[in-house]
Design a protein around this ligand. Structure first.
Ligand SMILES: [Zn+2]
Length: 237
């Protein structure tokens, strides 16, 4: 029995490693998805910014066209100045020109404001695009690294499971069933050490006589509280 207990103890060490590695296997796709999400958000922000820039550019072009039209209007009025016959007509025309010029001043101011805003957004857009490029490069590298890691872990887990199964094939079927059931039901820990009269699996006190028997490792003794298999190790590594 002592040999068999030693074997399930060794199997437990392997299962603990397997457990940790499998956690990593589960987290890898989540990490990849989170990085993808981050890039997606950045892309959305960039495309929204682009839309705003396009919209403002359109507005600016519209205003410039208005300005052109008004300038033509002024030219036309100015040429008419030489054709008018009366002073009244002349004054009216001058007033007309003044009005259009004043409107143009406003339009020019609007265009300046628009251009400033567009410049600002464009610089922002350039920064975000550079950020995206950097993130995408990082993502590619990280994903490759993670996938390689997953591949290695996968192989490790297979090997560890083989080793564990080998160990378990050497123990009697009762002990093996107890072990595998506990692994499933007790969060991956079926074999526990004990110290100073306490089970190191559930930290409950063990009756003194049972504790003494358990430290001998010569028979299958389960913790009265958590039902885990006891295997005593003076100095566990
Ligand atoms: Zn216990």
């Amino acid at each position: 029995m002592e040999q068999e207990l030693k074997k399930v103890y060794e199997a437990q060490k392997l299962d603990t490693q397997i457990f940790e590695k499998e956690k990593r296997l589960i987290s890898a796709p989540k990490m990849i998805a989170a990085m993808e999400q981050e890039i997606e958000t950045l892309k959305n922000n960039i495309s929204k910014e682009k839309e705003v820039i396009d919209e403002l550019e359109k507005e600016r072009r519209k205003k410039e066209k208005e300005l052109e039209t008004d300038k033509d209007k002024i030219k036309k009025y100015e040429s008419k100045l030489y054709e008018v016959k009366t002073n009244k007509e002349y004054q009216a025309l001058l007033k007309e020109i003044e009005t259009v010029k004043s409107t143009n001043d406003n339009i020019e101011e609007d265009i300046l404001i628009l251009m400033e805003k567009i410049e600002e957004l464009k610089s922002d857009f350039t920064n975000l695009s550079a950020q995206l490029k950097k993130k995408e490069k990082e993502f590619d590298q990280n994903r490759d690294k993670l996938l390689k890691e997953v591949d290695t872990i996968d192989k490790d887990v297979k090997k560890l499971k083989e080793e564990r199964d080998n160990l378990l094939s050497d123990v009697n079927s009762n002990l093996r069933t107890t072990y595998t059931t506990l692994i499933e039901k007790r969060g991956g820990t079926a074999v526990v050490n004990l110290k100073n009269g306490v089970c190191l699996g559930c930290f409950m006190n063990i009756p003194p006589q049972l504790f003494i028997e358990a430290t001998k490792n010569i028979q299958l003794i389960l913790c009265p509280s958590c039902n885990r298999i006891f295997f005593f190790q003076e100095d566990p590594e």
